[in-house]
Design a protein around this ligand. Structure first.
Ligand code: SF4
Length: 215
């Protein structure tokens, strides 16, 4: 079982191309200014069989699919489930006739991940790590500029090393998705964007409730 906050396809703002997006549930890191506070709490009702999550991924195998992004929450706080899921994704990837990368976000430092989870890192093409720092600016694929994008495979290097990322430096898009009566903002908003959105909606008489950047 793996605790999941949400899953979405297509995700086009968190990694190369068009992707599956999975957000795990549960994070004890507690970065100030985190915009995903709805993912912090461990919730029993968010547990899902890994097989079921894999079946959801497979529904999109005939789509234009460039990879998967796993974010959170803190994916590495469920190391066994994460490793099991990644191994299944890799097995499935072998059947796909396309380049498909695996990108994972973590609020832990790379040193810590290397020390504690080397077997998981081996399964990834790239990892974006370090805790979010609300006092710093955002950058492409990074919530704050202290975060590192570590490439862990040839495909990871091709898609996420500095030269590859340079072309996307100006990409500051966020996506909007509606699911189960909720509106999700996907991606990395610039500093203050969510507060501005809230104010603009309020000016038009629209009150946003249960905001994950406040909750
Ligand atoms: S930014 Fe990520 S690591 Fe930090 S508290 Fe939020 S979910 Fe956890």
């Amino acid at each position: 079982m793996i605790a999941i906050n949400k899953a979405h396809f297509p995700v086009t703002v968190l990694g190369y191309g068009t992707r599956l997006g999975i957000w795990t549930q549960g994070c004890s890191i507690g970065c100030s200014g985190c915009i995903s506070k709805d993912t912090w709490e461990d919730k029993l009702d968010s547990l899902m069989p890994i097989k079921e999550l894999l079946s959801w991924c497979k529904k999109f195998e005939n789509e234009n699919l460039d990879g998967i992004t796993i974010s959170g929450g803190e994916p590495f706080e469920q190391p066994k489930a994460l490793e099991d899921f990644l191994k299944k994704i890799i097995k499935w990837r072998e059947t796909l006739e396309k380049d498909f990368d695996i990108l994972v976000y973590s609020g832990f430092s790379y040193d810590y991940l290397q020390k504690e989870f080397p077997s998981i890192l081996k399964l990834l093409d790239a990892v974006v790590c370090e805790p979010y720092n609300q006092n710093l600016e955002t950058a492409y694929l990074k919530g704050s500029t202290n975060q590192n994008i570590v490439c862990l495979s040839k495909l990871g290097l091709k898609r996420y090393d500095e030269d590859a990322l340079y072309q996307n430096q100006n990409s500051k898009k966020i996506q909007v998705a509606v699911s189960n009566g909720n509106v999700w903002f996907i991606g990395i908003p610039q500093k203050g964007t969510m507060q501005t959105l809230e104010e603009k909606c309020l000016e038009k008489g629209l009150v946003l409730n249960d905001n994950s950047w406040i909750a």
